[in-house]
Design a protein around this ligand. Structure first.
Ligand code: FE2
Ligand code: FE2
Length: 340
């Protein structure tokens, strides 16, 4: 008998094997997520509709253009991986038969990250006159070294995709949220700072929108942590502690400076990045200084620590920004979940 004949022999179909990709129901348990979802609907923006007409790249020198494009390329190593990362998490919310607003909120994050990726693409394409920082022929000495940096960033960023794909089915959403939250907390702050410090209207507005999106992403993760962490088991807590340390290592590349513990980079990498950042700052592109970044990153981590402390989840030591905690010796690159 083929599967298509069941209906002739049974009054009702057999129970559906789980996990099944989708639930048939629209339950709301976490009211806060409904509010965040309506904000996401209200605040939706289109990167293509920013005032690009006011942006004239030829007002900048080629060195400035390549330095600013370098920063956007650095960001896109994170933001171009975010749509597939959150799309995978979105599928997981359906498989897990999550309540309806959780599914919608993850859909909104996926959509927002797609916008952030587009913003990177629009900026880079205009700055370099090329749709990829790798395809562009550098015009200056700094531009040449910046492109080498981008190649190494891309190499490193690509390394963790396989680890992520293995991690998603293995961990509960509750564990995944903690990794997401790490990126969102820091991102929300840095983009607001960049909006305030940038002169170019199109970048100012783009950063303001991205910062607002990241604030919502942070609120989504916080609501879910509030919902799920009171019941979190000891084994899950241990993974969360490790993931926070992994998140620190991974995200430091864009929010602070890349630690050698995770990032495989040439010896002059940081010097080249600092030089690009200085040229970009001179062109009134608002990258925070080393000290401001460190402060921002430390505050974000302390915020996260405050959240995890509330639920009795041990925090890892992050001596790089003077935070003490549980010593995490080995981070398996294979098991890294962090995202932006
Ligand atoms: Fe983003
Ligand atoms: Fe985000």
């Amino acid at each position: 008998m083929s599967g298509n004949d069941l209906a002739r022999t049974m009054e009702f179909p057999p129970a559906i094997e789980q996990p099944n990709i989708f639930p048939l129901g629209w339950e709301t348990r976490t009211q806060k997520l409904e509010e965040i979802w309506s904000a996401a609907q209200r605040e939706l923006w289109d990167p293509a509709k920013l005032p690009w007409g006011t942006f004239q790249p030829d007002r900048y020198t080629w060195e400035q253009r390549e330095a600013i494009a370098y920063w956007w390329s650095l960001l896109s190593v994170f933001d171009a991986s975010a749509p597939p990362v959150f799309a995978a998490a979105l599928i997981k919310t359906y498989e897990a038969h999550e309540e309806d607003p959780v599914r919608r909120c993850f859909f909104s994050i996926t959509r927002d990250e797609q916008n952030h990726e587009q913003m990177c693409g629009l900026a880079i394409t205009r700055l370099l006159g090329s749709p990829s920082p790798l395809a562009h022929t550098p015009r200056t000495e700094l531009g040449r070294r910046a492109q080498r940096n981008v190649r190494w960033l891309y190499h490193n960023g690509a390394r963790y995709w396989n680890g992520y794909r293995k991690a998603v089915p293995k961990y509960s959403l509750a564990v995944l949220f903690s990794s997401f939250l790490m990126g969102e907390i820091a991102a929300a702050t840095i983009f607001h700072q960049m909006a305030a410090a940038s002169a170019e209207p199109v970048f100012k507005e783009g950063f303001r929108n991205i910062g607002r999106d990241e604030g919502r992403h942070m609120a989504i993760c916080l609501s879910l942590i509030e919902r799920d962490y009171p019941g979190l088991g000891a084994a899950d807590k241990e993974i969360v502690t490790k993931q926070i340390r992994a998140g620190y290592l991974f995200l430091s590349a864009v929010l602070f400076e890349p630690p050698a513990e995770f990032w495989d980079l040439p010896a002059d990498f940081i010097a080249v990045q600092r030089e690009c950042e200085e040229v970009a700052r001179q062109a009134r592109f608002g990258i925070p200084t080393y000290d401001a970044k460190k402060q921002n990153w430390r505050n974000a981590i302390l915020n996260l620590k405050g959240v995890l402390d509330r639920y009795g989840t041990p925090f890892p030591a992050i001596p790089e920004v003077e935070i003490t905690g549980k010593e995490i010796l080995q981070i398996d690159a294979d098991e890294i979940i962090p995202v932006f």
